[in-house]
Design a protein around this ligand. Structure first.
Ligand SMILES: [Zn+2]
Length: 242
């Protein structure tokens, strides 16, 4: 019933932009961050994933990210990623703004993906801004603690936004423009706790939310579906086809 209502909203309120968080990838076996089984229960993000940690002890940050990159690259897109890509192919979704760094939207076939927290696709050189593909970073880490820039020798930084860093300005501006231009922002798998992304729904004309558990904006959504992303979006596709 709620999937049918969501399908109707997507059909009626074009253009529609999708905003995704960790909840869209948990069905791919990727743990989220803040739930009781999340990553930050076991490790302190400020010790392994902050810009401060990177400056003081980059080897510690890279030992954490090397495992993350390995895990994320083994994961496969799930029904939710595939459904979002299919909605884009059908012209019903303009773009996907994601907080996720796992690249699963692109791998599922989504074409216009705005990765506001960066991704594990590559690592960046803080010196000359060279972008080193993840394969080459992992190859370097086979034999040494820290990957370095092949051009200027500086220690590479993971291609993701670390705690204490600003979001990439271009990506955030594009995300804000997409939200403002949309008649429906569809939030999937985010509890909308991490700013500034959590403020994007308020930039849109209206928004709907698919998320297990409460979010900070439930009472302002046109529709809230408290269920898994894969099941819900698969049902939305079926409803749109009928
Ligand atoms: Zn460099």
């Amino acid at each position: 019933m709620s999937a049918a209502a969501l399908a109707a909203l997507i059909r009626e309120r074009q253009p529609c932009v999708v905003l995704t968080g960790a909840g869209v990838s948990t069905e791919s076996g990727i743990p989220d961050f803040r739930s009781p089984t999340g990553i930050w229960v076991e490790v302190d993000p400020f010790e392994v994933a902050s810009i401060r940690a990177f400056r003081h002890d980059p080897a510690c940050v890279w030992s954490f990210y090397r495992q993350r990159i390995d895990l994320l690259r083994q994961a496969e897109p799930n029904a939710a990623h595939h459904a979002i890509a299919e909605l884009e192919r059908r012209g019903l979704v303009e773009a996907v703004v994601t907080q996720n760094i796992d690249t699963l939207h692109s791998r599922a076939g989504s074409r216009d993906v705005v990765e506001v927290h960066g991704s594990v696709r590559s690592a960046q050189c803080p010196g000359c801004l060279w972008s080193e593909p993840a394969d080459d970073v992992l190859a370097q880490l086979e034999t040494r603690e820290l990957p370095s820039c092949p051009h200027c020798g500086e220690v590479l930084k993971p291609g993701v936004v670390l705690f204490g860093e600003l979001l990439p300005a271009g990506a955030l501006e594009r995300a804000t423009q997409l939200a403002r231009g949309s008649r429906l922002l569809l939030v999937v798998g985010s509890s909308l706790e991490v700013w500034p992304v959590a403020g994007l729904p308020l930039e849109a004309q209206a928004f709907a939310i698919v998320n297990r558990g409460p979010t900070t904006l439930d009472d302002r959504a046109l529709l809230k579906v408290d269920a898994g992303a894969g099941d819900t979006l698969s049902a939305v596709l079926e409803s749109l086809a009928s």
